[in-house]
Design a protein around this ligand. Structure first.
Ligand code: GDP
Ligand code: ADP
Length: 199
């Protein structure tokens, strides 16, 4: 008789993806990722949105643990050293990272997990999770992107300038991702994302 095969007790992170699914939403600052994400969560509460960790200061109305976990640079660097992030990057002078354990637990329990992250982090996820689905949100034009960032009125002039400079590079990378969606009419863009996630 053949010996029994050992039971696979610890699936690799990539194997876990077959239980759930990982979705990456990326695109330049001001394109509407956060607003799309909020509507998506209202309409589909079964989705798991990964709350990121950042060293950026909270904007008015932002809540610790809901919008982000706001921490110091030294604490962030400690978490990086401890391998606590699935991906992390520096953006416009601040660090941002995705908590590893929470996300892997949710994927393992079969949830559809959505990360809303910038370009470098999205590239890291594509490299470590080739079966993740990545969506790049594009603005209808660069002028419109600038208007949206300014209309949001939540950033200093310096922060706006950094975001706009970075946005030009980010938009050029749109083709690296699986799907590109233009956020011109909001409802149309939201429906397009839903088609991708739930088709
Ligand atoms: N790599 C990475 N990027 C993140 C993470 N969380 C948020 N971001 C991105 O960091 C960028 C800056 O975010 P934020 O300061 O909230 O500014 P906003 O995009 O202008 O609203 C955005 O592109 C976010 O998608 C994360 O955990 N990892
Ligand atoms: N389709 C759209 N048309 C017009 N304004 C939009 C649209 N989508 C988002 N916005 C607005 O653009 C601004 C930036 O959106 P936000 O979600 O904060 O962007 P991001 O998270 O990508 O930085 C917000 O004031 C938001 O209300």
């Amino acid at each position: 008789m053949m010996p029994a095969l050992p039971i696979q007790s610890s699936a690799t992170t990539e194997e876990c993806l077959h239980l759930g699914r990982l979705i990456v939403l990326t695109g330049p600052s001001g394109v509407g990722k956060g607003t799309l994400m909020r509507s998506l969560l209202e309409r589909h509460p079964e989705l798991y949105y990964s709350v990121s960790v950042t060293t950026r200061s909270p904007r008015p109305g932002e809540i610790d643990g809901k919008n982000y976990y706001f921490i110091s640079r030294s604490k962030f660097e400690q978490l990086v050293a401890e391998g606590e992030f699935l991906e992390w990057a520096e953006f416009a002078g601040n660090y941002y990272g995705t908590p590893r354990e929470a996300v892997l637990n949710q994927i393992h329990s079969g949830k559809l997990v959505v990360l809303e992250i910038e370009l470098e982090g999205a590239r890291q996820i594509r490299a470590s999770f080739p079966s993740a689905l990545s969506i790049f949100i594009l603005p209808p034009s660069f002028d419109e992107l600038e208007k949206r960032i300014r209309f949001r009125a939540q950033d200093s002039e310096e922060a706006i300038a950094r975001r706009l400079l970075r946005a030009q590079e980010e938009i050029q990378a749109a083709d690296e991702f699986d799907i590109q969606i233009v956020n011109d009419d909001f409802e149309t863009a939201l429906n397009d994302i839903e088609m991708v996630l739930f088709k």
